[in-house]
Design a protein around this ligand. Structure first.
Ligand SMILES: [Zn+2]
Length: 660
């Protein structure tokens, strides 16, 4: 079995993980899970970067020993990653003995090779970046990333690494390995940088105690950046376990933020070359995340806690958003509003609804048991196979968003397939029995295949989906499980909605936190004045007169109860020809399927209505509209001059439920 070793950047522990850090870890996790799905012996490394002066200062501020503070933060970070279902195999801390062994080994090799020499560093240093800055890096004399912080002018004895020596070897490596650094935008940036010439870099700091001492001069510690990069190799045994190093080094993939690509695509490979070690196969520099278009920052109040985001709609909905809505490699934006919208569109209305519909139909028509009754539907099976191939192709080049989109093409295809084959019509004709069985089997197969492809992105919910469509959910293998299959019995399970629709939310302007609102009943307007909702507890029957109506127009409870309101689920929807307003719907009302016509075409696209749960007047006399017999009326609020809004539920009850 071939192996795959991937890493994320290790994090400074002077603040808690935020959504931006989580983004990197989730994307890396998706790749790790994808590689496992492909059958690779995968090792996924994450960790914490502890030898930072900022970490040291933070600990002192809190009155803690630095090591004790780092212990606390380790718990914090590990819990966050566990909560987000990030499946790391190893977690390294740079204060561990194995890391010290790796750093000592690598530094010694470079020193012995003559790549490290003693000198005096004099120049600017940004304490917050913990980086030496060249004059040309500064903006108005300040660090561009920390414009409010004066860089310090430092003059101290330092040891330097001969980075300049590696300009040509690096350029040669880039030329020989075009996919060494991705995406192209980063590669081009770094190539320009290397072509412009490289200066030797300082790799030690004098007079500090928090760090790993230089093996040949313990009065200095290894500079935190030099130290941090080595974690990738020390985690697999550099300086300690030759066998382990032999198996896992070089890394297949380093996933890092675009701000630190330079360290990983210039310094790190040069250090490895100097130490006589092979170079990682790929470095991928992902983009940054903004919040509502703004940079994530404490002062702007745009720091989002990933746990809070996951708790709002679920871990998998958050993971899906991060992967599907942001092109991996580019910058992306997160907003609570869009997060809710995508949840409703992709999960509640699309995938979740598909799973519920198919298992409901399988139960209604086939007691939940399906087995192939003929050949699979050609178009759907081909769409599935093509999407699976596209998915693989995309995931192999880290285009995670395209992989997610390919899987969702199967979901869309299955929804269209159901609308086109109309199982509820087939069910009326005994001669179509086999065809109905096959249609349901095909739909369930499409769900299974989509769930397998989405598994790396939404591990827990795809397992649940696979369970519901009666398919294997453990030990998935893409070569086998990623194929369209028309064999085997499936027992489908019916259960509550996977992702209940999230109804309207209110987002305040100056706060990115949201509150879910409108948990109560939607308003129904009969004609003009929008008046209170459906089932307000009725007042005791009052002086109703013989005609059933009081003098002020109010009706009795008995009168109200004559109107039979029921929950209905839209199965199909199409525009009524030559009408701007009318949509023809077929709905499931529990006991039967009905056709009705509703004047909501200006507010709803027919496709968007399929799968929606609505309320209808069940016992209305049939009426003909544009030549179509309408059996019932859909309830909607119709504000003056506005478009109608359908009455809906926070958690849709089953079709046929009485509303009162
Ligand atoms: Zn800075």
């Amino acid at each position: 079995m071939s192996r795959y070793f991937l890493t994320t950047a290790i994090d400074y522990v002077n603040s808690k993980p935020h959504l931006g850090t989580a983004y990197e870890k989730v994307c890396a996790d998706v790749i790790a899970r994808y590689k496992r799905l492909c059958g690779f012996d995968t090792r996924f490394l994450m960790g914490n970067d502890e030898h930072s002066q900022n970490v040291y200062k933070k600990a002192i501020e809190l009155g803690l020993e630095p090591r004790a503070y780092c212990d606390q933060m380790e718990v914090e970070f590990r819990n966050a990653w566990r909560h987000l279902d990030v499946s790391f195999d190893d977690f390294i801390r740079t204060t561990e003995a194995r890391h010290k062994a790796g750093v000592t080994e690598l530094a010694r090799r470079l020193y012995e090779a003559g790549d490290i020499y003693e000198g005096v560093y004099e120049g600017w240093y940004c304490v917050s970046c913990e980086e030496f800055k060249q004059e040309r890096d500064l903006v108005d004399g300040n660090c561009p990333l920390h414009p409010t912080l004066k860089p310090e002018w430092i003059r101290e004895k330092n040891f330097f690494f001969r980075l300049s020596k590696y300009q040509m070897p690096l350029l040669d490596h880039f030329a020989a390995h075009p996919s060494f650094l991705e995406p192209d935008i980063r590669r081009n940036e770094i190539l320009r940088l290397v072509e412009g010439g490289l200066q030797d870099i300082s790799v030690s700091r004098a007079g500090q105690s928090w760090g790993i001492p230089l093996p040949w001069d313990p009065s200095s510690v290894v500079y935190v950046w030099f130290d941090a990069l080595i974690n990738y190799a020390s985690a697999v045994g550099l300086g300690q376990h030759a066998d382990m190093m032999e198996k896992w080094w070089p890394a297949d993939l380093h996933i890092v933020g675009k701000d630190i690509t330079r360290f990983h695509a210039v310094f790190w490979p040069a250090m490895l070359m100097g130490a006589g070690l092979p170079l990682p196969r790929h470095v991928f520099g992902h983009g940054f995340m903004t919040i509502d278009g703004q940079r994530m920052s404490k002062t702007l109040g745009t720091i989002i806690d990933p746990i809070e985001a996951a708790n709002r709609l679920g871990v998998d909905p958050l993971r899906l958003y991060l992967v599907k809505e942001i092109a991996f490699g580019g910058d992306g934006d997160f907003s609570w509003k869009r997060y809710d919208e995508r949840y409703n569109v992709d999960l509640a209305n699309n995938l979740g609804n598909l799973v519920s519909r198919v298992s409901a139909m399988a139960h209604r028509y086939r007691q939940g048991r399906l087995r192939p009754a003929g050949a699979p539907a050609d178009t759907l099976a081909r769409l599935g196979e093509q999407a699976a191939a596209d998915y693989r192709q995309a995931m192999d080049r880290f285009a995670l968003h395209e992989g997610a989109a390919a899987a969702f093409r199967i979901v869309d295809g299955a929804n269209e397939f159901i609308a086109a084959t109309a199982p509820w019509t087939l069910a009326k004709d005994p001669a179509s029995a086999d065809r109905l069985t096959q249609v349901l089997y095909d739909a369930a197969e499409a769900i299974r295949l989509a769930a397998v492809l989405l598994h790396p992105i939404m591990p827990a919910s795809t397992r649940e989906i696979l369970r519901r469509v009666g398919a294997e959910s453990e030990h998935l293998e893409l070569d086998w499980d990623g194929q369209w299959r028309n064999e085997g019995d499936r027992i489908l399970l019916q259960d509550g909605p996977l992702w209940p629709r999230k109804e309207q939310t209110i987002v305040s302007d100056n706060d990115t936190k949201t509150q879910s609102a409108l948990a109560s009943t939607p308003t129904v307007a009969a004609g003009a004045g929008a008046t209170p909702p459906l089932p307000a507890p009725p007042a005791p029957p009052a002086q109703s007169d013989a005609a059933g109506g009081a003098a002020d127009g109010r009706i009795s409870i008995d009168d109200f109860m004559k109107v039979e309101l029921r929950v209905a689920k839209v199965l199909t929807a199409e525009r009524v020809e030559k009408s701007k307003k009318l949509v023809k719907l077929s709905v499931d009302v529990g006991v039967e399927q009905r056709t009705l016509v509703a004047g909501i075409a200006e507010a709803y696209e027919p496709e968007a209505l399929v799968g929606k749960t609505v309320v209808i007047v069940f016992n209305l006399k049939p009426a003909k509209l544009m030549g179509i017999e309408s059996n019932g009326m859909v309830l909607a609020a119709s504000p003056d001059g506005g478009k109608p809004t359908l009455v809906s539920f926070e958690q849709p009850p089953p079709p046929g439920t009485r509303v009162r």
